[in-house]
Write a protein that binds this ligand. Sequence first.
Ligand SMILES: Nc1nc2c(ncn2[C@@H]2O[C@H](COP(=O)(O)OP(=O)(O)OP(=O)(O)O)[C@@H](O)[C@H]2O)c(=O)[nH]1
Ligand SMILES: [Mg+2]
Length: 200
Amino acid sequence: MDSRISDPPPAVTPLRGTAADGLKIVIVGGFGVGKTTMVGSVSEIRPLSTEEVMTRAGVGIDEPGAVPEKTTTTVAFDFGRITLNDRQVLYLFGAPGQQRFWFLWDQLFGGSLGAVVLVDTRRIEESWYAIDRLEQHGMPFVVAVNRFGERGPSLPKVRAALDLDAHVPLVECDARLRESSKTVLIELVRYLTALHERPA
Ligand SMILES: Nc1nc2c(ncn2[C@@H]2O[C@H](COP(=O)(O)OP(=O)(O)OP(=O)(O)O)[C@@H](O)[C@H]2O)c(=O)[nH]1
Ligand SMILES: [Mg+2]
């Protein structure tokens, strides 16, 4: 796990007795955009992750080229939990980013209320597929721009590059920081609530 992740969660945080609403959220996006990092930084329980080392045997299959510091990749999914308030608990599922695991996404989408799409502005096109799949599913989503230390294009330029509808929330984040990741999730919950309350 990235040693720069802020405030590692305690190993065990019991679920509150008042928790009544479990909301399933998925975190999607292209390879190496920070999905596992986000689940790890924001989860209040030790996240379940299915990371495998990318070995020489994977050369030509695994593509760490654009993210050279990356040595592992998600081969199934990440799982974490965050308590929003006395009643609401988010269950977080981080999707695998590599194309050969995309067939798993349908299972992860089942029962999900909404999604976060993570975007690396150095490789915006890596997240097009996620947006297409979510739109096909009719699943609401917010987009979070993970800048990886680069200034990169402005948010309006990212919106244009992703061809996002004006109503889709687009925010900045640093997936390594708990508060930043939490802000993204709160944005998603607000968006879902607003959609739910919108007159038909
Ligand atoms: N500078 C910076 N680095 C980040 C940020 N988020 C993630 N990283 C780094 O980017 C690399 C990729 O992160 P992961 O969380 O494994 O990416 P992923 O999207 O889960 O990757 P796959 O599951 O293999 O598709 C790791 O080395 C992280 O430490 C960020 O916001 N800023
Ligand atoms: Mg991952």
